[in-house]
Design a binder for this molecule. Structure first.
Ligand code: ADP
Ligand code: ZN
Ligand code: ZN
Length: 770
């Protein structure tokens, strides 16, 4: 939390004088069906970094529901907030408390369920309530003006609008008059009103803002069909295998909350299980929330599910949508008209009044964890939500996280297994290792692998080379003096990008023209060390001059369209060799692909991050799963210096169980998650002494609390300097979630009180990055 900002706002707050202005006329009305509480004080969540709600008064007779958005004065500004409580008394002095400026009746109030979920997140992730609540809303709902929505809401005259004599209404406001006249006849939605005039949208906004018109806050304009069970066409493409059927039956039979882990090898037909579960929920009139890790995967999946459920209203929610689209989709979910909501982690905060099932696909993926602000895990929040709501949740993966796997083994979750590939004849790929120390290498690619690629070319089959590094080479070295291309702002190295002749820091974005002589000794003999995607691409191009090679990484797919076009090329078989990073590993189906080469995975074997091996295993299973999905058998070749490493042996035997068991045993011995619960305090600042002083004081305060947690030492972060900021951290562990939460509850106020000039600090609960 930016501590300085907090202090400033604190000061501002003290200076704020309560000028209890009269409530504007437009808030003096009742909204039809909203159950409102008519108390005088409301407690509002605002997007300011303070762990508190703010009290305001509302005028007598004003209808305010919990969950409604309001515009309130704050310091010299005005802000939009969400009503969290209606109370009769406040601790604030009466002369300091201000009046609400406007109650926004433009959309339905947030549900008690969502507010409860957000309160839980705020508590659990130790993040202030206001920003937690506001960050869950689409941007348009965070602005301090009313919104006008297209389909869902219907508009009608407010009490004051109905009392209005149209003859006295200004004649020159032609469109507004027309709208008022129309609404006097019947409530209308925006589309209907637009038939009156092209500017009806803008004019309606004015009428809403002035209080003459209100939206039907409960969206009763929904088609009645949405309330109950529905008939829909369902493209039931396959007869389920026995294992698939058992999985579907188990979830369908669940009464209330239950968490299922669907552990199915790649190509085992997990998606088909989801489809059948969705079908049964939709038939009963429920809503399904499907969370996926990657924004890149959503258009594809959207298309897929549209085909399977042609008449069902499916919407997506992810950060790639425009503000308007996101609001629109969010409101469809809120109104209950969206039956399937497909989204990335932020969709876990969608309003879903008829939620009946949650599915988290690729549950092990670390993109479900947000790495800044509210550092939540969408998977974990989804489980909490399902539990509170009393509905089943399914976590699916070919390589479950060790946390989930452990929970399934210990009986907290229910394990469902798909052990065979769904398509008759489709087999798992054969996996073998090539020892890079015992073979001829060409700039990071072994001769054997090149030969295999050559054979695929001759058979017109596709190959994929997987390397988790973009650029040409991860570092440039001087052969004379040993100089390395370090970043002057970070502790990391600058990556050589040969295409545009630049050195780039992937941590801070700093870049330089590629030097032609050593900046240290002037020697002209500079050597790129190691390989990235660009180098692999150029080695292949040299060897296979005729081949069509496509590089897929963040550099080559900057535009939204680029990746889409590349996928089409791959499917149309216009590509022979793919070179790519993990972007290629996830969820894509490339039928002509029969060979996967994995270059340089060894770094993860000796990483300081205890999850590195778990991540590598998952990644390699994913990427291996791309090979041989159709009728052609696939092969995976891994280049490594450690061909006998247990990780590679487990991979060759397709033995997730054995691998997970050995990893869990190691974690238990070492006292790591899932046997321990962790919280990480991170600090960064320009002054090394300041950063360490803060963390050391934080540590002393933690020790003095004498609670049942383990307090580790203050240590530098994995990247100890980034963009000229020194970074360090302190890890706390507890054997029980409750112990850790109790500790954090006591510790956080002490942290807030520590002097923290010129540094930023944050708490990360259940951290995934070290
Ligand atoms: P996963 O998500 O587990 O990797 P998918 O759901 O993508 O697997 O299924 C892999 C392939 O198997 C797809 O082409 C799918 O259409 C097919 N499939 C799934 N279930 C069946 C089934 N019961 N019978 C025949 N084919 C199936
Ligand atoms: Zn040199
Ligand atoms: Zn840098």
């Amino acid at each position: 939390m930016p501590f300085k900002k907090v202090q400033k706002i604190g000061v501002q707050l003290k200076q704020v004088k309560g000028t209890a202005t009269e409530a504007s006329p437009q808030i003096g009305r009742l909204v039809g069906a909203v159950s409102h509480v008519n108390l005088n004080i409301i407690r509002v969540a605002l997007d300011v970094p303070l762990a508190t709600l703010f009290d305001y008064t509302v005028a007598e007779g004003v209808a305010v529901a919990i969950g409604q958005r309001v515009i309130v004065p704050f310091g010299r500004r005005q802000m939009v907030g969400v009503v969290m409580e209606c109370v009769a008394t406040t601790e604030m002095a009466p002369e300091r408390i201000k009046a609400v400026k406007q109650v926004l009746y433009d959309s339905a109030p947030l549900s008690a369920e969502l507010l409860g979920l957000l309160r839980f997140c705020s508590d659990y992730y130790r993040y202030p309530i206001g920003p937690t609540v506001l960050s869950a809303l689409p941007t348009r709902l965070r602005l301090d003006k009313p919104i006008i929505s297209k389909v869902i809401l219907s508009y009608r005259l407010s009490a004051s609008g109905a009392a209005l004599d149209l003859d006295t209404f200004p004649k020159r406001k032609v469109v507004q008059r027309r709208i008022l006249a129309k609404l006097a006849e019947q409530p209308c939605n925006l589309v209907q009103l637009k038939s009156l005039s092209a500017t009806a949208g803008a004019q309606l906004k004015v009428l809403v803002a002035e209080g003459w018109v209100e939206s039907d806050a409960l969206a009763t304009s929904l088609s009645p069909a949405c309330g109950g069970g529905e008939q829909h066409t369902f493209d039931n493409a396959h007869t389920l295998t026995d294992e698939q059927q058992q999985a579907v039956d188990a979830v369908t039979a669940a009464q209330g909350y239950a968490c299922f882990l669907l552990h199915g090898i790649t190509g085992s037909g997990k998606t088909e299980v989801y489809v059948h579960l969705m079908h049964s929920v939709l038939q009963r009139g429920g809503q399904v929330l499907l969370l996926v890790p990657e924004i890149n995967l959503t258009p594809q999946l959207e298309h897929y599910f549209h085909n399977r459920f042609p008449e069902v209203n499916l919407i997506s929610l992810h950060s790639g949508l425009s503000e308007g689209e996101r609001l629109h989709n969010w409101q469809q979910a809120q109104a209950g008209v969206a039956q399937i909501v497909l989204g990335t982690r932020l969709a876990v905060f969608a309003e879903l009044p008829r939620l009946a099932l949650i599915i988290v696909d690729e549950e092990h993926d670390s993109s479900f964890k947000q790495q800044d602000f509210l550092r939540y895990s969408a998977r974990d929040v989804a489980i909490f939500r399902a539990n509170r709501r009393g509905v089943p949740i399914m976590l699916g993966s070919a390589t479950p996280s060790l946390e989930s796997y452990h929970n399934a083994q210990s009986g907290r979750y229910r394990m469902l297994r798909l052990t065979g590939r769904a398509l008759a004849g489709a087999r798992l790929p054969a996996v073998r290792c090539i020892n890079i120390n015992q073979t001829v290498m060409h700039h990071g690619i072994s001769e054997n692998l090149l030969r295999e690629i050559g054979q695929r070319l001759a058979r017109r089959e596709q190959s994929l080379l997987f390397i988790n590094r973009r650029g040409y080479a991860p570092v440039l070295m001087c052969t004379g003096c040993g100089w390395l291309s370090g970043c002057k702002h970070c502790a990391g190295k600058m990556v050589l990008h040969l295409n545009d002749q630049r050195l780039r820091c992937h941590h801070c974005g700093y870049q330089l023209r590629m030097p032609h002589a050593c900046p240290s000794c002037g020697n002209a003999d500079l050597l790129p060390l190691g390989s990235g995607t660009q180098r692999v691409e150029s080695v292949l191009q040299e060897r296979f001059t005729e081949a069509r090679i496509l590089r897929v990484d963040r550099d080559s797919t900057r535009s939204k369209r680029a990746w889409q076009m590349m996928r089409e090329q791959i499917h149309a078989n216009e590509v022979d060799i793919l070179v790519g990073t993990q972007m290629l590993a996830k969820g894509h189906d490339f039928p002509a692909l029969t060979l996967v080469g994995v270059l340089n995975p060894d770094g993860a074997l000796y990483s300081s991050d205890f999850r590195a091996a778990e991540k590598l295993f998952a990644q390699l299973v994913q990427v291996a799963g791309r090979a041989g999905r159709a009728d052609k058998p696939g092969e995976v070749i891994i280049q490594t210096a450690f061909p006998d490493h247990p990780l590679f042996l487990a991979l060759q035997n397709h033995d997730f169980e054995g691998w997970a068991a050995s990893q869990l045993a190691e974690r238990q011995m070492a006292g790591f998650p899932p046997f321990m619960y962790q919280a990480m305090l991170r600090a960064e600042g320009k002054q090394e002494t300041g950063v360490y002083a803060f963390l050391n004081q934080a540590r002393a305060a933690a020790v003095a609390l004498r609670l049942t947690v383990e307090i580790l030492g203050v240590v530098p972060a994995a990247l100890p300097r980034r963009a000229n900021h020194i970074r360090a951290q302190l890890l706390i562990q507890g054997a029980k979630r409750k112990d850790l939460q109790q500790f954090l509850c006591a510790w956080q106020p002490l942290l807030d009180a520590l002097p923290a000039q010129k540094l930023r600090w944050s708490l990360d609960i259940d951290p995934l990055e070290f």
